[in-house]
Design a protein around this ligand. Structure first.
Ligand code: 13P
Ligand code: SF4
Length: 360
């Protein structure tokens, strides 16, 4: 029984066909520089498990002309050691649009891989685990959007990128948390309306509505990670950590954002730390963010309460290696849906152009 359950768990973390690779002195040498970079947040005992996968992935990427696009919520051994590009949803979408690699491995969740495929239809886009979903993407369908359009004729639909391709296809324009205000204002202007429909994140829409005169009709989707933070949590962080600067993601409920010093996308939070260098900071978001940012700013103290995203955490090094070895799981989007979704994503990309951070 015990052996069976341990085997079962290993299947989750380490797909059956991924070779278990030994940590040899040669691997220790070839990955030494990478370890020096993350030693602050990755214990030596864990590195002995990660290093051989990192070495194998980085070799195989070159053979297959593949790039790894990693979201800011990936764990540090992925984010800092195998990723070619890192960033928030918008930055990864921009990178997917311009890469000349043959293969994109999306170290993130399924909607991000779909966005990459929509923008790069000729490339092979892989997601290392099909279970990497998203509670926001699961909260709405294309049929739901069509019903909203019937209910509110003439109002444009702004769709958060955390949605399926079929939902994007029904939309006038997409947005991410880093460009939502600009996108809402732009589409309202273009349609000469004072109200837009914004789906599916109710809290993001409410937070955006506070920053623009445009009125917003929303949907009851929530991020299962950010909805769990409360205003009382923020007050407790301040009480327990005098002087702490609180940065929150706009997927948090508005009362949480109201208690924070700053709200912005994952990359906007990184930008804040980079520019302001607070002595002590708490990132009110997914757990891996603080680890990843702490690598770059060892002089900043990160207070670590956070919530894990179970979807992002499906992605692990053995699965990335397996993905490259077997070219699975390939993400495809039906051509007519992809064409309509692409128009909405490209409309978004035309609205704002934040800078791209390349992984070191
Ligand atoms: P960012 O676009 O701010 O990175 O966040 C989106 C998110 O929550 C990804 O799941
Ligand atoms: Fe979706 Fe929230 Fe996880 Fe992002 S953090 S992938 S929005 S569930």
């Amino acid at each position: 029984m015990l052996i069976q359950s341990i085997k079962g768990r290993n299947m989750e973390l380490q797909p059956r066909r991924a070779t278990v690779l030994p940590f040899t002195p040669e691997i220790a040498r070839s990955t030494g520089q990478l370890y020096a970079r993350v030693a602050h947040v990755v214990p030596e005992v864990e590195w002995a498990v990660h290093a051989s996968y990192i070495d194998a992935i980085n070799r195989l990427k070159r053979v297959k002309n593949a790039v790894i696009l990693a979201h800011n919520y990936m764990t540090p051994e992925i984010f800092h050691c195998v990723a070619d590009f890192v960033g928030d949803s918008l930055q990864l979408a921009r990178e997917a649009a311009k890469t000349d690699a043959d293969v994109i491995v999306q170290a993130g969740v399924h909607f991000m891989a779909e966005t990459s495929k929509i923008l790069s239809p000729d490339k092979t886009v892989l997601i290392p685990d099909l279970k990497a979903g998203c509670s926001l993407a699961a909260s709405i369908t294309g049929a739901d959007v069509r019903l909203l359009q019937q209910k509110y004729p003439g109002l444009p639909v702004v769709t958060y990128v955390n949605t399926s391709a079929e939902v994007k296809a029904e939309s006038d324009v997409c947005c991410t948390s880093s460009n939502a205000v600009a996108v809402v204002e732009d589409i309202a202007r273009e349609h000469s309306v004072d109200t837009v429909i914004m789906v599916p994140d109710e809290y993001l829409a409410q937070n955006v509505a506070k920053l623009t005169p445009v009125k917003i009709i929303t949907w009851k989707g929530h991020c299962e990670v950010h909805e769990r933070f409360t205003a009382a949590d923020i007050r407790a962080y301040r009480e327990g950590n005098p002087g702490v600067v609180v940065l929150a993601h706009p997927e948090c409920p508005p009362e949480v954002v109201a208690e924070a010093d700053f709200a912005g996308s994952t990359s906007a939070m990184i930008g804040y730390v980079d520019k302001r260098r607070p002595a002590r900071v708490v990132l009110v978001t997914e757990c891996s963010m603080s680890d990843n940012v702490a690598v770059e700013f060892p002089d900043v103290e990160f207070v670590r309460p956070c919530n894990l995203c179970p979807h992002m955490k499906q992605i692990a090094l053995p699965k990335i290696l397996h993905s490259l070895q077997t070219m699975t799981h390939e993400v495809t989007v039906e051509a007519a849906t992809a064409a309509r979704a692409k128009a909405a994503v490209e409309r978004m990309l035309a609205v704002g152009a934040p800078r791209q951070r390349a992984a070191a």
